[in-house]
Ligand binder design. Structure first.
Ligand SMILES: [Mn+2]
Length: 434
């Protein structure tokens, strides 16, 4: 991705508004303990429009009927900071690198913002942005309203993320390349876990062997906290403790993936700790797999996301009936939400710069969006049967299965970007053996 990509995105954003000021902040640094911080991760919307990974920065876009302007505020370089942390890009460096009209020190923002806002009537920002920079912009807008001689002042606040996240729905080739790269490392990591897994290992040992694959291949971070859930732990949907023993005869569910240049992957595989599915495990597994394959097959342009969710619930409900876990008629069971006990979560989510990409699911009228080429969605059906659920045949108790892939909608249909990861019973047992 080069600077012209980011410039084109800013232009597209400006083209979508009539006039006004857009303010977007970088992520704040997050304290981990005392004076140490979590590794820094840029705000996805800010990054999408700027390509800038440093903290304490601000992007301001100006649009009037007569002209447009992009201003970046960055933290200036200092010898003191460089000594401890390495050099920042600084004002000159940022001006050289980015295709923006002006770059100023963030410390001059206070002086600039009032001038920038003067005679403008609309302010666009992220309603979740609680930075002091944004608060100052709002305060300046209020002061301008009350100053003498100001004819036009900010009268409307707009949610800029609705615009940026609508743009983020359709991924460019360059973005899809990054997602593909993240997935390729994640594929190796899942295969490594299948190969390494042995009875009696700790869940965190599998997590560690996956982290090794990510880090040793240059990924900076996991895309989210890894779930390595042996046996009944798989029935806790967000199990991230990963501190239990992997037992002979259990399945292990791994939902783990890396981020590559800020783009996520999100993959789940479930496999037997000892490398061989029991009959009951295979029955449940193949039901979930069948549901997943049928949903992916149905994904193509113009299909409504809502319809896909409903279809997945029908398939999961039927699977639960086939297994003898539910009885009755599919529509009535869905109406009564009976399947939610065993399949409680949605079928998938947008994925991109954020693992759960916060792009809209409905249009301005509240109608479900239809799939278009370039959208990326996870497909992750699961069936979860708690060990203490006496309403289910004993052989199924304690089994939790989820299978998750990352699907790109194409002009013709869709492409499973993670199709190289072992998934059928035979492929998984083969991988576990090697
Ligand atoms: Mn997911």
């Amino acid at each position: 991705m080069n600077e012209t990509h980011y410039q084109a995105r800013r232009q597209k954003l400006l083209d979508s508004i009539e006039e006004g000021i857009i303010v977007l902040s970088s992520s704040p640094l997050q304290t981990r303990s005392n004076d140490t911080e979590y590794p820094y991760r840029q705000n996805s919307d800010f990054y999408y429009l700027s390509g800038f990974e440093e903290a304490n920065a601000l992007l301001v876009l100006v649009k009037t009927k007569e002209f447009e302007k992009t201003v970046l505020f960055v933290e200036p370089n200092s010898d003191e900071f460089a000594l401890w942390n390495g050099a920042r890009l600084g004002v000159e460096g940022a001006l050289k690198r980015f295709l923006v009209d002006e770059v100023h020190s963030i410390f001059e923002y206070t002086n600039h913002i009032k001038e920038i806002l003067r005679e403008h009537i609309a302010l666009y920002f992220d309603f979740n942005d609680d930075s002091n920079h944004l608060k100052l912009a709002q305060k300046s807008a209020k002061e301008l309203r009350e100053s003498r001689g100001v004819k036009r002042y900010i009268r409307t606040f707009h949610d800029v993320t609705h615009l940026t996240r609508t743009m983020r729905l359709i991924k460019s080739f360059e973005e899809i390349d990054k997602i593909r790269h993240a997935i390729s490392l994640t594929a190796s990591a899942h295969h490594e876990a299948m190969k390494r897994c042995k009875n009696g290992m700790q869940e965190f040992e599998l997590q560690a062997c996956m982290s090794y694959v990510f880090l040793s291949n240059g990924a900076v971070s996991e895309a989210y906290g890894a779930i390595v859930a042996g046996g009944n732990n798989a029935n806790t949907l967000h199990y991230i403790n990963n501190r239990d023993v992997l037992k002979e005869g259990d399945l292990v569910l791994i939902d783990a993936a890396c981020e590559w240049e800020l783009y996520a992957s999100d993959i789940t595989r479930t496999f037997p700790v000892n490398g061989k599915f029991s009959d009951a495990q295979r029955e449940v597994y193949e039901k979930v797999l069948d549901v997943q394959l049928r949903i992916i097959e149905a994904m193509k342009p113009n299909v409504k996301r809502d319809w896909l969710q409903r279809y997945s619930e029908e398939l999961l409900c039927q699977a639960l009936i086939d297994l003898g876990i539910l009885s009755g008629e599919v529509n009535a069971l869905i109406e009564a939400k009976a399947h939610k006990k065993y399949a409680p979560h949605g079928i998938g989510h947008w994925m991109g710069l954020d693992v759960h990409d916060p792009c809209p699911y409905v249009d301005d009228r509240g109608e479900s969006l239809v799939f278009c080429a370039g959208m990326v969605m996870t497909i992750e059906p699961g069936i979860y049967i708690r060990a203490d659920d006496e309403s289910v045949a004993e052989k199924y108790r304690g089994i939790g299965v989820r299978i998750e892939d990352n699907i790109l909608i194409t002009a013709e249909g869709c492409e499973n970007l993670s199709s190289m990861i072992a998934k059928t019973v035979d492929e998984i047992e083969e991988m576990c053996k090697s």
